[in-house]
Design a protein. Structure first.
Length: 423
């Protein structure tokens, strides 16, 4: 049985340190996906029943590869790791494994393969660009396993696991050569296919988002031509037009921000910011709106917090987006708070509300572009374009930060961001 111990836990870091590497390799998401797919191609082709520990990245297709492997190799054992309160349930017939809460683990994803013929450890961390470290050396895997033991949070439902796993003395060169070949094949396939798929899907989403408010505006204008409308009905349709104009403006501004993100230089994030100089002013601008709706809005920012490394205007946009999101989904008479604290090498900023909450199955999707939850879609008073959280997350990643959320329907949500301390 694995036993957890306290302390900072990072699978990415332990691989990097064992390999004596100062940093990971910057790769595209497509290159990483080709490596993952090629590895599973090899496992299936060789009919290798292995033990897998996996922590899924956000918005990834790793789960499709794991399901494909499961269908072919019935005797494989797969542990699905999660640092959320409830284990991820994306993939059927896997064993959920709860991890300790760690600021480093929150920013990581990993795939660990343990078998008598082949072993592998692949870990990723999102910084300005996707950073990847990997190893196929048994001695490295042994140290990764030791670190993984420290990352498991003991619970009543923690599964029984072997104390040791069978690893090869060395991975056969033929298997590694085969893996390289499959990686190249997958890279070629994705290069030909993925950019156009992504472009088409994104354009389709943009068209859909612009079409909806335009349709509503056109309908309202058509109805306003009628001479039989009462003053109350006319005011209602004018209000609808105003809301849809606001939504169009918000969509255009959000799209402009997303496009600008791709052209930002990594050197732009080397700014020192004190939260105590920023949070009070932003919260104060929302106080009139909160008072009008009877919402208790407050903040706690200790004066002795260290500065964080993030451009001032980026951090301001992140806080505005998250605070606006909390207020938007909190009913009249509710509570919204912003609380800052120090955690390891990060400053934590938690946005807590007593709002409508988010369904568990929707949580993995809320940072996707244009995604609006079922509650938002069904509430005509909730104006938004589904890009606020996307932009906040992208800015945080470029600051070497992270964002996570815990939520319960009818109770509320807590959005937590981690910002690296500026030394």
């Amino acid at each position: 049985m694995f036993v957890s111990s306290t302390g900072s836990v990072s699978i990415y870091r332990v691989i990097r340190e064992v390999l004596a590497s100062d940093s990971g390799l910057s790769v595209s998401a497509m290159t990483l996906q080709a490596l993952i797919a090629g590895l599973f191609d090899l496992l299936i082709e060789q009919q290798l029943a292995v033990t897998i520990f996996v922590k899924l990245p956000h918005n990834s297709s790793w789960e499709a590869e794991i399901e494909r492997y499961q269908q072919q190799i019935k005797t494989a054992t797969i542990y699905l790791c999660s640092d959320r309160q409830s284990a991820v349930k994306k993939i059927p017939t896997v064993i959920p494994l709860r991890l300790v809460t760690s600021s480093e683990l929150q920013r990581e994803s990993f795939l660990i393969v343990l078998g008598s013929q082949l072993c592998a450890a692949i870990a990723t961390q999102q910084q300005e660009k996707l950073q990847v470290v990997c190893s196929f050396e048994p001695n490295v895997l042994s140290q990764v396993l030791a670190k993984l033991k420290n990352a498991i949070a003991p619970t009543d439902s923690t599964p029984e696991m072997p104390e040791t796993f069978s690893l090869p003395d060395a991975v056969a060169p033929g298997l590694l050569s085969n893996l390289v070949r499959k990686h190249l094949q997958r890279s070629d396939e994705l290069t030909k296919r993925q950019p156009w798929q992504f472009k088409d899907a994104f354009i389709f989403d943009v068209v859909e988002e612009f079409s909806t408010p335009l349709t509503h505006m056109k309908t309202a204008l058509s109805i306003l031509k009628s001479n039989q409308l009462s003053e109350r009905q006319r005011d209602r349709y004018l209000q609808l037009l105003n809301q849809e104009c606001d939504r169009q403006h918000g969509l255009i501004e959000a799209m402009r921000t997303l496009v600008q993100l791709d052209s930002l230089s990594p050197s732009q994030n080397q700014e020192k910011v004190q939260l105590a100089d920023l949070v009070p002013g932003i919260v104060s601008t929302y106080q009139p709106l909160a008072m009008e709706r009877g919402i208790q809005l407050g903040y706690t920012v200790p004066a002795n917090l260290p500065p964080v490394s993030c451009p001032h205007h980026w951090l301001r946009q992140i806080i505005i987006n998250l605070l606006n999101n909390s207020l938007k989904f909190t009913p009249d008479g509710g509570k919204v708070s912003v609380r800052a604290s120090y955690q390891e090498k990060y400053v934590k900023l938690a946005f807590r509300d007593t709002g409508v909450g988010i369904a568990e199955e929707e949580i993995p999707k809320i940072f996707d572009s244009f995604y609006r939850g079922s509650i938002a879609k069904n509430n005509e008073d909730t104006v938004g374009v589904g890009l606020g959280l996307t932009i906040a997350r992208q800015l945080l990643l470029r600051c070497h930060g992270s964002i996570s959320v815990s939520s319960k329907l009818g109770v509320g949500s807590v959005f937590t961001i981690l910002l690296p301390v500026r030394e």
